[in-house]
Design a protein around this ligand. Structure first.
Ligand code: GDP
Length: 366
């Protein structure tokens, strides 16, 4: 499955957010309750209104949403890249996630100590990012040195990797995260970069944790964070962890009322989960029948056999074709049979790139 790591300085609201996230109704949807995989890791259902519409048309008994994982990665202190505190463990944990959710304190509260004694989320982000950049710089410099030697010896692999390494290195030396080079990067270079498994090339979502009365509007600090994010190919979500903690304890009917009283349309967690999904460049396809309507997650660009493999490896190995109906056709025409009659059920083969919302039925050899 896909994993987002929650990071940030101490006392910014990481645990509050993580606990709300894993206690919320979305996490407990259908028959997939929040489950603890290991301490500090939780799986949450991805809210998707399309599921109920498909299920109503297909007459499904059950709805099964797709899920992503969140990991609460505590223990960052200044000097982590030098092994201070739980530094090495912290960095190793980040290395294992697909994307970073960086919580920034944007609320004032004199009772809650800030490690640096002031509210400055942009400076906080830099503190954390500096540790990650230092760790990347050290590991990459070592590897680049060896790769340069091999490249002069006309080693083909080294010669293709080296330019990507050098570009990443020059960003790091300039005090900039490697994800700056992601915008418009060629697919082959992206593969090489992913293979380097750097900390600062992972996609980042900044979560601005604000006071209850600023959840709907944001504040001066969240505007500064948004400007920083825009400059870095990162995303921002404004959330009040305190509100989310309360919401996660309420029944559905009470939730809507409570959120409305705060000027909010939906739980911030729904936005966070969706943003995490976008951040990871994930899309959803569906399977639908009388038994269940179910959502499945694949990375954008996945071909039909790979998508089948998410359900079962046998589906991928014996893949023949996929009957494919676009979501819009499925709902406007009223399901599989009318879609077929209207010629909107396509038979797609091995090279078909699955699209978000596709309703698929796989034909395969066993
Ligand atoms: P962590 O160290 O980053 O995991 O931070 P915690 O989630 O443990 O939060 C630290 C303290 O800040 C706790 O006392 C929380 O109750 C408090 N806190 C978290 N979010 C908010 C918020 O949105 N507003 C206020 N006023 N306090 C918060």
């Amino acid at each position: 499955g896909f994993k987002c790591g929650i990071v940030g300085l101490p006392n910014v609201g990481k645990s509050t957010l993580f606990n709300a996230l894993t206690r919320t109704a979305a996490a407990q949807a259908a028959n997939y309750p929040f489950c603890t995989i290991e301490p500090n890791t939780g799986e949450v259902a991805v809210p998707d209104p399309r599921l109920t519409r498909i299920a109503a048309i297909a007459g499904s008994k059950e709805i099964i949403p797709t899920r992503i994982s969140f990991v609460d990665i505590a223990g960052l202190v200044r000097g982590a890249s030098k092994g201070e505190g739980l530094g090495n463990q912290f960095l190793a944990n980040i290395r294992e996630v697909d994307a970073v959710v960086h919580v920034l304190r944007c609320f004032e509260d004199d009772d809650i100590t800030h490690v640096d004694g002031r509210i400055d989320p942009v400076a906080d982000a830099e503190t954390v990012e500096t540790e990650l950049m230092l760790a990347d710089l050290e590991s990459l410099e070592r590897r680049a040195e060896q790769t340069r030697k091999r490249a002069t010896g006309k080693d083909k692999e080294a010669m293709t990797i080296l330019p990507v390494m050098e570009e990443a290195l020059s960003l790091l030396k300039d005090g900039q995260p490697v994800r700056k080079m992601l915008k418009g990067i060629a697919a082959e270079d992206r593969k090489i970069l992913d293979g380097l498994n750097l900390l600062t090339s992972k996609p980042v979502l900044y979560v601005c944790n604000v006071a209850e009365d600023e959840a709907a509007t944001g504040n001066e600090q969240t505007a500064r964070v948004a400007a920083m994010a825009a400059d870095q190919n990162a995303e921002t979500v404004v959330i009040s962890a305190a509100i989310e903690a309360e919401v996660s304890q309420l029944a559905d009917e009470e939730q809507a009322e409570f959120l409305e009283s705060l000027g909010l349309e939906e739980p911030g967690l729904d936005r966070l989960i969706r943003s995490g999904y976008l951040l990871l460049e994930l899309i959803t396809y569906f399977t639908a029948g009388p038994k269940e309507t179910r959502a499945w997650t694949v990375r954008r660009g996945t071909k039909a056999p790979g998508a089948a493999g998410v359900i079962h490896t046998d589906f991928e190995r014996g893949f023949i074709r996929a009957q494919t109906i676009a979501y819009e056709d499925y709902v406007t025409l009223g399901g599989e049979v009318p879609a077929k009659e209207a010629g909107k059920a396509r038979d797609e083969g091995k090279e078909y790139v699955v699209q978000d919302g596709d309703i698929l039925l796989f034909k395969f050899n066993t």
